[in-house]
Write a protein of this length. Sequence first.
Length: 247
Amino acid sequence: MIYEIVRRIGEDEMARPVVSLWWSGLAAGLSISFSLLAQAVLQQHLDPTGWRPLVTSLGYSIGFLIVVLARQQLFTENTITVVLPVMANWSRDNLGRAARLWVVVLAANFAGTLFASAFCSFTPAVSPELKHEMIEISRHVLAYGWSASVIKAIPAGFLIAAMVWLLPSAEGGQVWIIVVMTWLISAGGFLHIVAGSAEAFMLMWDGAAGVQQVFGGFIAPVLIGNVLGGTAMFALLTYAQVMKEME
């Protein structure tokens, strides 16, 4: 039953016009940037103790709560929702629609996080002290090598796909599922392509990272890892559970 619900959600998403996907994806990029802001607010007001990262990681969930509950288009959610209908009905048309959705939504997510990070960097909306905390939090996204970034992105892709899978049966517990899954991504030091892009772009605007480092050292490997975790692992395993029952 859950498989069928998620598959139908994917079909509905693939049928949406490009302009709708773009604006929904842009909104998601803007919304998820509040994860970094919320983390920085918490870190600014907590003493540097060993347990502080566990608390500040709760701020990471804020952007995801806005995105998921507002039904905005987030790329990593689509690594399972649009893959299930493609596997159920393997055709060139379905592959093309899935590719179109992935490209549009990912580009729109990046446009949102790029704008949000520029807004925080170049306007007085964020105090210098809070901006400093945002930059300090962001440094971890570029602290790993290429292969390590791929590996650290796989669990994040898997957890987001698991979150999408759990939500239809959560009834009144959707908020807790979103919070727990996304808190674990942050607390575990895993890498998420969209939320992490807001952090990488903050470093870029600050001059702490170059464009090539952001796209080549973060976005490329983390994109691969998230897709592997969400599609190659979770979505395929999910489909394998029910494929014989669908014949």
